[in-house]
Design a protein around this ligand. Structure first.
Ligand SMILES: CC(C)(COP(=O)(O)OP(=O)(O)OC[C@H]1O[C@@H](n2cnc3c(N)ncnc32)[C@H](O)[C@@H]1OP(=O)(O)O)[C@@H](O)C(=O)NCCC(=O)NCCS
Length: 148
């Protein structure tokens, strides 16, 4: 069974491992994951997890500032993809962003990340800018925007 909830300190080891598995050279360190989780105790940062059978199957991090929400991460464990988990996480982020009065959501994604680009396109995000060499290895980032 899948459920969404706020990330807890007990999730951090799983999330830090998933970071390395999924993002490789661009992974957040354990300390960075802890910092994000701690920052989410405040009001402008949000760190949520999708669990399946008590384990972290996916997670998402977003910050809200002024009229803009920035998605910093959405990731789903490989074996649990294409089961609408990222969609559930993103739907929750959209609700949170709206509740903060945000008028748009933005994010950066690797220009070579076709799965994520299709995912965000399916959710109505449009490409508004290219940041050259943004990621480790020199991969460009596309900045995507979704009006709320
Ligand atoms: C991108 C990612 C988060 C999608 O997670 P997911 O749980 O598989 O996505 P969903 O099941 O909610 O997909 C919803 C829709 O997005 C699109 N989509 C998602 N993954 C896709 C893929 N690999 N190829 C084509 N379309 C895809 C489809 O339209 C899909 O609907 P469908 O399955 O009914 O066709 C996941 O592939 C992932 O964790 N990738 C690595 C991390 C990453 O790149 N994160 C984004 C940048 S921060």
């Amino acid at each position: 069974m899948t459920a969404l909830r706020v990330a807890q300190l007990g999730d951090l080891d799983q999330i830090a491992s998933l970071e390395v598995e999924i993002f490789g050279a661009n992974a957040w360190s354990h300390a960075a994951v802890l910092a994000e989780c701690s920052a989410a105790a405040g009001s402008s940062r949000h760190f949520i997890v999708a669990t399946r059978d008590g384990l972290v199957a996916g997670y998402a991090v977003m910050m809200c500032a002024g009229d803009t929400a920035d998605i910093l991460r959405i990731a789903v464990r490989r074996e649990h993809r294409r089961e609408r988990r990222a969609s559930a996480l993103l739907a929750a982020l959209v609700d949170i962003a709206r509740s903060h009065g945000c008028r748009r959501i933005v994010l950066e994604v690797g220009a070579d990340n076709s799965a994520a680009l299709r995912f965000y396109a399916a959710w109505g995000f449009a490409d508004i800018h290219r940041r050259r060499g943004y990621y480790a290895g020199g991969v460009d980032a596309l900045v995507l925007n979704k009006p709320l």
